[in-house]
Design a protein around this ligand. Structure first.
Ligand code: FES
Length: 176
């Protein structure tokens, strides 16, 4: 039964992707250079680049899947999994790095038990590493859903995570 349900969900997503891409492909020429803009539109629409989309893009542009995978994993703005409700990014650009942003990233991966580019199983958190986000004066920085926290410390990260978890507990209790 569960398999049946999973298959239905998969089919639904597949259909959504196919419809979206069909329309998108009608606005692009079948040229290799269009890979990045197409990936950007898919990322924007779905919040990640689903495998099915990679397959259809590969056929449309005649680019091997491995090459598409390589591009997705090269650019931090593309992800292979949906982002979490709380998408946390840590800047590992030079200014942030020298001021200790690696320690913040280490603490984050230790607490959430996932690596950059991954999302927790409950879909609550995802982690990304970014390069300079233009806030070097505040280095080191991390951001939660785009909201930048500057002059960050491991303690500050812990406080932010604790607050989120506390709020989420409240949401769960309200729903019960
Ligand atoms: S290096 Fe992190 S904001 Fe510039």
């Amino acid at each position: 039964m569960q398999n049946e349900e999973e298959n239905t969900v998969c089919e639904e997503i597949k259909e959504k992707i196919t419809t979206f891409l069909k329309e998108l492909f009608s606005t692009y020429k079948q040229e290799k250079d269009n890979l990045i803009p197409i990936l950007e539109e898919v990322q924007e629409k779905f919040g990640y680049i689903p495998k099915e989309a990679q397959k259809q893009i590969s056929e449309f542009l005649a680019i091997p899947m491995a090459e598409i995978y390589g591009v997705i994993t090269f650019y931090s703005r593309f992800t292979l999994e949906p982002k979490g409700k709380y998408a946390i990014s840590v800047c590992l650009g030079t200014a942030c790095f020298v001021k200790g942003s690696r320690k913040i990233m280490d603490r984050l991966t230790e607490r959430l038990k996932i690596q950059p580019g991954q999302t927790t199983e409950d879909g609550m958190f995802s982690i990304d590493e970014t390069r300079c986000v233009g806030a070097c004066g505040l280095a080191p920085v991390f951001a939660v859903n785009g909201e930048v926290h500057g002059k960050a410390t491991v303690k500050m990260l812990d406080t932010v995570l604790d607050e989120i978890l506390e709020n989420e507990k409240g949401v769960t209790n309200e729903n019960n």
